[in-house]
Design a protein around this ligand. Structure first.
Ligand code: ZN
Length: 193
């Protein structure tokens, strides 16, 4: 498992709800948490590790030692949004790229936890922002899609560099083609969603 980077097509995939929790899924979650901490992130969505599931992990402290703050969101749905606030965001699939994003600053979210229990949370501040950023991932949306035209212009050169790097990896045969990626995602969905 590894974190994929922009413009990998799985980052644009609309993920499907999971049908069940099992040992394999718990293993996937542990791997995702380890990758998130290693990359010094606070959240990581399944499609950022090339998996087509509606699931993400979160620890707003970013510290593996503070495991009590770890959360796993399965099939999350944001049910209410209030207020609006602008803050800087980044993304583990776009390392080094940052931009100001406006989002509601209070949300309600329903989801299932790793025990398969239905949960309901009201969040504000960084947690609300992070959950919205991760739910966006599950819909194939990246924070760069939510920048102002000026903000977008500021990061254009960085995006171009990511695109050149990705094209190079493809040319060298280090990454599968779009059709192979889509076929693999479809097979994984068939097994688990
Ligand atoms: Zn992200």
């Amino acid at each position: 498992m590894r974190i994929i980077q922009y413009p990998h097509p799985t980052l644009r995939h609309v993920s499907k709800p999971l049908r069940r929790v099992d040992a394999e899924l718990r293993g996937i979650v542990q791997e995702m948490l380890a990758l998130m901490y290693a990359a010094q992130g606070i959240g990581l969505a399944a499609n950022q590790v090339d998996l087509p599931y509606r699931m993400f992990v979160l620890n707003v402290t970013g510290e593996a030692s503070q495991s009590e703050a770890e959360m796993v969101f399965l099939n999350p749905v944001i049910t209410a949004r209030k207020g609006m606030e602008e803050a800087e965001e980044g993304c583990l699939s776009l390392p080094g790229v940052f931009g100001q994003v406006k989002r509601p600053d209070k949300i309600s979210v329903t989801f299932y936890d790793l025990e398969g229990q239905a949960r309901d949370l009201e969040l504000s501040g960084l947690a609300a922002r992070a959950v919205q950023h991760e739910v966006d991932h599950l819909d194939g949306t990246l924070f760069i899609d939510r920048l102002t035209p000026t903000g977008r212009l500021e990061i254009k050169q960085s995006l171009d560099e990511f695109e050149i790097q990705f094209a190079g990896q493809r040319t060298r045969g280090e990454l599968p083609g779009d059709a192979d990626i889509a076929a693999r995602l479809a097979e994984l969905e068939r097994l688990r969603t």
